[in-house]
Design a protein around this ligand. Structure first.
Ligand SMILES: *[C@@H]1O[C@H](CO)[C@@H](O)[C@H](O)[C@H]1NC(C)=O
Length: 588
């Protein structure tokens, strides 16, 4: 069975390679055929095919993948329900935390750790852990003490890979917390670090590796995080947040993406601006986005699409943002007060930030979606996963979980970019997460639409963790998978510098036309927002074949912190759409 499939696959590659020499024919035939088959997500496996480069110049050939992917249960009990998550650099552990206010989880603090005193007057204590480090290979769980409440907080990584967590509930609202990657590191908490209370705010990394924190409930302003231990007192008013504050908010957890020019694209509810973090001036306003609201509780999913770099970059490097799904402006009100769960928005909207006259360009998803997670994969595709078809964020406000993720391929022609993937057996509604892992899989966890850990309800609190293997991990494509030779690839690179990556790959056409080098910044994920998620496709100077199946890729590091803030990234080499296992690289 397996052998015959591989045979068919090889044959079709040969046939389609022949077709590929006539681009107009291939463009017409290959893509609609793929689209027609996209709604079937069973165990069907088809012959893969080579499609022509989308519309761009220099976009590498990609193997068309019809395998719908595969789900596996990774852990039955992750200890805490994963409301917030981030992949930590170097130690390959994922940090999860929930809300200390719940005073219960599924894992105790380690023996010898003092319990968390949650009421100073009565000395009432909570000995459950609300933060865990989960080893993504072994499943080993290390519980950690948190003293301030992280409920609905924000986060990001410093240049040296330390997690900075900001905001939260009650005593956690003005807090900045630090967790480094050393084996015995514990949380360091500074409850007065922020000038405003930040609950449902967004943290974004700036070109120098420091952070801005934007918005939050009753915080229509933003501020910059000062060095560890220094309390900030300075606030900046945000007209964007004031203008978009609806009766049910709809502008919490705003989308904040660092544009390639060093300015911040900020999107709240249905409006967006470009803000200079240097002068704190609004540089431009983008057209309003009709159709409904896109931020919490009408939570859409957003991503800064892959940034394509060259050996010599133009003065303006294109950057596109996508926003998918969301809810009607009154959807939260109707769910909360009338128990009416409106259909979510079905459109995805994309805008090119640096064009002279940017416009939103719409494309329909296969189903409506709210509170899904957008996850950039190392090969430059975007997976949209988790969430529901009706309702909004908030306790018990979602209905009709979406079990099948969808793949968005940014370079395909408009109207052909989505395909549906294999469904998961587990509902992931409010407070769920998804994280891209170094091996190319996606870790999926959380889901708790209850105030506390509850099981006798419509959507029980989820502590199971799954791994989803995207189509590029089709076992039939294993021979296309490059392996980075880590001993011959640097661990640190400098802006604009050329560097060599050695890979092992037993293929004949390992050329610039077929290869991508990508760098993925690990995002902080919560409430359908993936803060700081960023994928760079590096300029490749040349590729030389060495002995046996080894190849040396001469790549060029990103030009500046505007394009790639300093810090850790997962470096992957992608051959015909199939990524290597990622290795950590730090840019400084
Ligand atoms: C944007 O949202 C506001 C509500 O905050 C609404 O009044 C306005 O009509 C919306 N704009 C568009 C273009 O839909």
């Amino acid at each position: 069975m397996r052998a015959s499939i591989r045979h068919i696959w090889k044959l079709s590659v040969i046939v389609l390679l022949a077709v590929y020499t006539q681009p107009s024919f291939a463009e017409e035939k290959a893509c609609p055929a793929d689209h027609a088959g996209s709604s079937e997500t069973g165990s069907r496996r088809e012959a893969a095919e080579i499609i022509p480069p989308g519309n761009g110049v220099g976009v590498p050939q990609v193997t068309e993948m019809n395998w719908p992917g595969k789900w596996e249960l990774f852990l039955k009990n992750s200890g805490v329900s994963a409301m917030h998550a981030i992949l930590m650099p170097n130690n390959n552990k994922v940090q999860f935390y929930d809300a200390t206010i719940w005073r219960i989880s599924k894992i105790k603090l380690p023996p010898g750790t003092p319990c968390h005193v949650y009421d100073q007057k009565t000395n009432a204590i909570d000995c459950w852990a609300h933060s865990v480090l989960v080893d993504i290979e072994t499943g080993d769980i290390r519980p950690l003490l948190l003293s301030t409440d992280t409920w609905c907080s924000s986060g990001g990584l410093t240049v040296d890979g330390t997690l900075v967590s900001t905001g939260g509930f009650q005593g956690g609202a003005n807090t900045a917390r630090y967790l480094s990657t050393c084996a015995n590191c514990v949380w360091r908490e500074y409850p007065k670090a922020l000038a405003a209370r930040r609950w449902y705010s967004t943290q974004a990394t700036l070109p120098d590796g420091t952070f801005i924190v934007v918005g939050g409930r009753d915080a229509l302003n933003y501020e910059y995080i000062l060095p560890e231990g220094v309390d900030n007192k300075k606030l900046y008013d945000s007209k964007l947040l004031r203008d978009t504050d609806d009766p049910t908010e709809n502008n919490l957890y705003p989308f904040v993406w660092l544009n390639t020019d060093g300015n911040l694209f900020m999107f709240a509810n249905n409006r967006s601006i470009l803000l200079s973090p240097k002068t704190n001036k609004v540089i431009r306003e983008y057209p309003q986005l009709p159709g409904g609201c896109r931020n919490y509780p009408g939570s859409a999913s957003s991503a800064l699409l892959p940034i394509r770099l060259e050996v010599e970059n133009p003065p303006v490097i294109p950057a596109d943002v996508i926003i998918c799904g969301g809810a009607r402006q009154d959807a939260f009100y109707r769910a909360e007060t009338k128990k009416i769960y409106e259909p979510a928005l079905k459109d995805c909207q994309r805008i090119s930030l640096n064009e002279r006259n940017p416009v939103w360009i719409a494309e329909a998803m296969p189903t409506p979606r709210v509170m899904s997670d957008a996850v950039l994969l190392p090969n430059g595709e975007l997976i949209i996963i988790n969430g529901v078809k009706r309702g909004t964020s908030g306790w018990g406000n979602g209905r009709d979980p979406i079990f099948a993720p969808i793949m968005y391929t940014p370079n395909k022609p408009l109207g052909q970019r989505f395909r549906e993937l294999a469904p998961s057996p587990i509902a992931r509604v409010y407070h769920s997460i998804a994280v891209a892992l170094p091996d190319g899989k996606v870790l999926v966890g959380g889901s708790n639409t209850n105030d506390g850990y509850k099981y006798d309800v419509m959507f029980p609190t989820e502590v199971r963790l799954q791994k989803y293997s995207p189509p590029y991990l089709d076992p039939a494509l294993a021979n296309l998978r490059p392996a980075i030779v880590t001993t011959a690839t640097p661990k640190q690179i400098k802006y604009g510098a050329r560097f060599d990556i050695r890979i092992a790959l037993n293929q004949n056409d390992v050329t610039k036309e077929n290869v991508l080098v990508t760098m993925l910044a690990p995002p902080f994920t919560t409430h359908a927002v993936s803060m700081n998620m960023r994928l760079l496709m590096l300029g490749i100077f040349d590729i030389k074949k060495e002995v046996r199946d080894l190849h040396q890729i001469h790549a060029v590091a990103p030009p500046s912190g505007n394009v790639a803030p300093p810090g850790y990234y997962l470096l992957s080499v992608v051959y015909k759409g199939v990524p290597s296992v990622g290795v950590w690289i730090q840019i400084v």
